[in-house]
Write a protein of this length. Structure first.
Length: 309
């Protein structure tokens, strides 16, 4: 199986990338350097993660003229945050991300969530009672502004994140540039089979965030069992002499799902890429699929400022 997936735009997107959500300041630069040094060619970023400048510092060390890697060898994704959905704000938001990353273009720019928040500098704008301040900007209007980024060459392609099938179809129905990706939470406890099937039909690649179940999410309860500790999964991993994480990532890859595991530990970063030297049997693929419980770990509410990332 190829380590790349070809998008509807013709771009080749590496099947495994480095996720940077929840990577603390001071750690993400070293994580990106470790990833690039061990063979990663796909880095997933977002303005809302608050660490794009540090990602940019790492890219500046390894990517560009006279560096180890040419710019076109590394696939970089970023995301438009909810407060920047107003069509007048989209280009400036993209240029800010490019400035932070030290790049002249993005390979892929995603609309981070379908809902828009009130314009302004506040990442999570709230009323006095704690409720969110939403905007009535429709995601179709935001999409039209994102398409202009492709026209001007600031981004190679555009896509979606956290969109359901109806919302995805809403965009496709009016798009000049079709979304090439829908990035959603996806792992064996939330297999997203229906969404994946629909996206295949409309030629939209699915990228899995929190592909290992986001065991380090800040709001996890102490008694909640981690996906990586699932006894059935551990038994499968033992049979293949692989880690549970490698088995899950291989399951994603064999389903044709791109995955962006986050880690700041060099040994784990390397292990997460070592999923192209074995295959899961059809029975094991089905067994892992049967773990599904439609369990979301990243709840799309606004209870916590950390939830919507």
């Amino acid at each position: 199986m190829s380590a790349f997936l070809t998008l509807s735009s013709g771009q080749k997107m590496p099947m495994v990338g480095l996720g940077t959500w929840k990577s603390a300041p001071g750690q993400v630069k070293q994580a990106v350097l470790a990833a690039l040094d061990c063979g990663y060619r796909h880095i997933d970023c977002a303005a809302a993660y608050g660490n794009e400048q540090e990602v940019g510092e790492a890219l500046a060390v390894r990517v560009g003229p006279g560096k180890a890697l040419h710019r076109e060898e590394v696939f970089v994704t970023s995301k438009l945050w909810n407060t920047k959905h107003d069509p007048e704000d989209v280009e400036e938001a993209c240029k800010t991300t490019l400035d932070h990353l030290g790049l002249s273009y993005l390979d892929l720019y995603l609309m981070h969530w379908p809902m828009a928040f009130q314009r302004g500098k506040e990442l999570m704008p709230r009323r006095e009672d704690g409720s969110m301040c939403y905007s009535d900007t429709h995601y179709q209007d935001t999409w039209v502004a994102m398409e202009k980024l492709v026209d001007t060459g600031l981004v190679k392609a555009i896509g979606l994140s956290n969109f359901n099938t109806r919302q995805t179809d809403d965009i496709i129905s009016m798009a000049r540039y079709k979304p090439v990706v829908n990035q959603v939470e996806c792992h064996p406890y939330l297999s997203q089979a229906d969404l994946l099937s629909h996206c295949r039909l409309v030629d939209v690649c699915v990228t899995a965030y929190s592909p290992l179940g986001s065991g380090d999410r800040p709001w996890a309860s102490a008694d909640e069992r981690s996906l990586l500790e699932d006894p059935q999964l551990r038994a499968i991993a033992q049979r293949y002499q692989k880690t549970p994480a490698q088995v899950i990532l291989r399951w994603h890859v064999q389903r044709g799902v791109v995955c962006i595991p986050k880690s700041v530990t060099p040994s784990r970063i390397q292990q997460n890429l070592q999923v192209f030297d074995f295959s899961l049997s059809g029975d094991d693929m089905n067994l892992i699929e049967s773990f599904n419980r439609n369990k979301r770990f990243i709840i799309p509410t606004v209870e916590s400022s950390k939830t919507l990332m």
